[in-house]
Design a protein around this ligand. Structure first.
Ligand code: TTP
Ligand code: CA
Length: 362
């Protein structure tokens, strides 16, 4: 069966999170800056929302220049740890929509590939429905938008997701790849950097169509065998690299929704128990132990909050997970009055478990 791959890319990620957190930012230009130790005027733009982009503000631009382009924009400092938490929640949603846990590949803080060949049975109409469902789920649970690309391989899916942005979805079937690619400039081909682009320009190759038609032996003579062959294949829309987690994830977690928004302790603790059972099963299967436990609650107003506990020693006992996760959950119940919508538990700081003592042995 032909593969079906989805690529998801969050829209103006850091700035979108800041907009979500502060409704007063709505309608304003928002610029998230990585300030250097030289103070507020030093540093570079991490990202900005689309209103700021309309004023010519771009990632990596000096903040000073950004200020001069749009003095009335709101400039905010990067809150990386917080964005990483949101990223984890988003990735959890994406992973749960892949064919299996392994058919998922996070490629950056706000981008991932998912294989859905089995889920859609190779049918692109169903694939599109899955893509729309993912967008809805992310919007509902995290209140940010993303752009989705669907294609027969990672290369096409990745390029499709940036075709309509923000909040877009683009589906490219196998038979449409040639048309999709041909008028694109070579620099749009995922994997081609400035140096390659310049070399190709010297060879009078500027569009993907020209590259696809070029003699492969000549490409090899300029770029070497591996890259020459890759260029030829990529320009023809071919890519057989698998969707696969690159580095073993440092966390194992599960999240699920309550049957309805509630603060009912029986309901919450019984779901937590199910999630922990799942997590510990994966811990044993991967033969790892963990040094931290994190509990996440998404409230009925969609606000997300996490609490963590870190130990001195790595453990892999269900009892220790249980004790800590329950305690963290009790703290949530004590501190809040809002109903819970969704809860999650995860273990982190994983290490290999071989010859490992239990905490009870210390
Ligand atoms: P991108 O996905 O490249 O950009 P984006 O999500 O802000 O916008 P788009 O809608 O075009 O996808 O990067 C993801 C995040 O990574 C971004 O929100 C901030 C961070 N980042 C930097 O800190 N510095 C950079 O130079 C870039 C490109 C991104
Ligand atoms: Ca993005």
């Amino acid at each position: 069966m032909e593969r079906v791959i989805i690529h998801v890319d969050m829209d103006y990620f850091y700035a979108a999170i800041e907009e979500r957190e502060d409704p007063a930012l709505k309608g304003k230009a928002v610029v998230v800056c990585m300030y250097s130790n030289r103070g507020e005027s030093g540093g570079a733009v991490s990202t900005s929302n689309y209103i700021a982009r309309d004023a010519g503000i771009r990632s990596a631009m000096p903040c000073k220049l950004a200020i001069s382009k749009k003095p009335d924009a709101v400039f905010l400092p990067v809150r990386k740890a917080f964005y990483e938490e949101v990223s984890e929640n988003v990735m959890e949603i994406l992973r749960s929509n892949a064919d299996s846990e392994e058919a998922f590949e996070k490629i950056s803080i706000d981008e991932a590939f998912l294989e859905i060949t089995e889920s859609c049975n190779g049918d692109y109409d169903i694939a599109k429905e899955i893509g729309l469902r993912i967008k809805e789920e992310v919007k509902l649970k995290e209140r940010i938008t993303c752009s989705v690309g669907i294609g027969p391989n990672k290369l096409i899916a990745k390029m499709a997701s940036s075709f309509r942005k923000p909040d877009g979805i683009t589906v490219i079937r196998q038979e449409e790849t040639e048309d999709f690619l041909k008028s694109m400039p070579v620099k749009k081909l995922w994997g081609i950097g400035k140096v390659t682009e310049d070399k190709l320009a010297e060879m009078e190759i500027t569009t993907v169509e020209e590259l696809a038609a070029f003699d492969v032996m000549e490409l090899i003579s300029v770029f070497g065998k591996k890259k020459g062959m890759w260029l030829k294949k990529a320009a023809s829309g071919q890519d057989d690299s698998p969707v696969k987690e690159r580095t073993a994830s440092d966390q194992i977690g599960r999240m699920a929704s309550l049957k309805n928004d509630s603060r009912n302790e029986n309901m919450i603790f019984s779901l937590l128990d199910e999630l922990m059972e799942d997590v510990i099963g994966k811990v044993k299967k991967r033969k790892v132990s963990f040094r931290s436990v994190t509990v996440t609650v998404i409230f009925s107003n969609f606000k997300t909050s996490t609490k963590s506990k870190t130990f001195n020693h790595a453990v892999n006992d269900r009892e220790i997970l249980d004790e800590n996760a329950v305690e963290l959950m009790k703290q949530f119940l004590e501190e809040s009055t809002i109903n819970f919508r969704r809860i999650g538990v995860r273990v982190g700081n994983l290490q290999e478990s071989t010859g490992q003592k239990s905490l009870f042995d210390f």
